[in-house]
Design a protein around this ligand. Structure first.
Ligand SMILES: [Zn+2]
Length: 249
């Protein structure tokens, strides 16, 4: 059993490292997704603002047409003013002229205001477009960098998975089954040391008789508190982690 437990520790080291690398990969992918999400949001804002600008411009065109019409009417009334004979009609036309002048003035003011809004909207659009260009460049270089990182991680995963497969074939089916069952219920450690009469996984004291069994290493011992597989700590002294083993390779 001691040999089986040693193989299981090796398998666990590989599995823990695989967990780490896989979560590192997930973080990279999540970061890229976050960047892209931010860009998408900015593009969406930009498009909304462009639509808004189009609406303001079309309002501007309508107001300009209105102004032309008012001015035409004004010119016609001014011409008419020179032709009227009666005082009464003169006064009436003069009043109309005043009203058209006011209306033209108001429309001109509105047009001026619209022009200001158009200018500030155009400025804001330009800023967004510049920001988008910058972001796209940043994302492209991030993605290139991430691709390299992911490729390197995939290579490490592949080599660890090869070793994982090899290690699994060497452990008995009963022990592997127990190990897989524990890991399926709780990520992290499935096999832990028993030291000074307690479990190093949950730090609960073990029954003295069980601690003796663990030291003998002839049976598969499970912690009664945390249900992890136990080995005698001295048996693992000098074992190296797969990271160390990979560095040496
Ligand atoms: Zn325990």
């Amino acid at each position: 059993m001691k040999e089986q437990l040693a193989l299981l520790r090796e398998l666990q080291n590989i599995d823990l490292e695989l967990d780490d690398i896989k979560s590192e990969k997930e973080e990279i992918v999540a970061r890229l997704k976050e960047n892209t999400g931010f860009l998408d949001k900015l593009v969406e804002d930009l498009n909304a603002q462009k639509e808004e600008l189009e609406e303001i411009r079309s309002l501007q065109r309508r107001k300009q047409v209105d102004l032309e019409e008012i001015k035409e009417k004004l010119t016609a009334r001014q011409k008419r003013l020179r032709e009227v004979s009666s005082n009464k009609e003169y006064n009436a036309v003069e009043m109309e002229i005043e009203s058209f002048k006011k209306s033209a003035e108001q429309t001109e003011e509105e047009l001026l205001h619209l022009l200001e809004v158009i200018e500030s909207t155009e400025e804001s659009i330009k800023e967004k477009e510049d920001k988008i260009v910058q972001l796209r460049e940043g994302i492209a270089s991030d993605e290139a960098e991430a691709e390299k990182q992911l490729a390197a991680l995939d290579k490490t995963i592949q080599s660890l998975e090869d070793r994982q497969e090899e290690a699994r074939t060497e452990v008995s089916r009963r022990v592997i089954h127990k190990y897989d069952f524990i890991r399926s219920r709780r990520p992290g450690l499935a096999i832990v040391a028993a030291k000074d009469g307690h479990c190093e996984g949950c730090f609960m004291a073990l029954p003295p008789q069980q601690f003796i069994e663990i030291q003998r290493g002839e049976s598969l011992e499970i912690c009664p508190s945390c249900n992890r597989i136990l080995y005698f700590w001295e048996d693992a002294v000098g074992e190296e982690s797969p990271a160390e083993a990979l560095e040496e390779a």
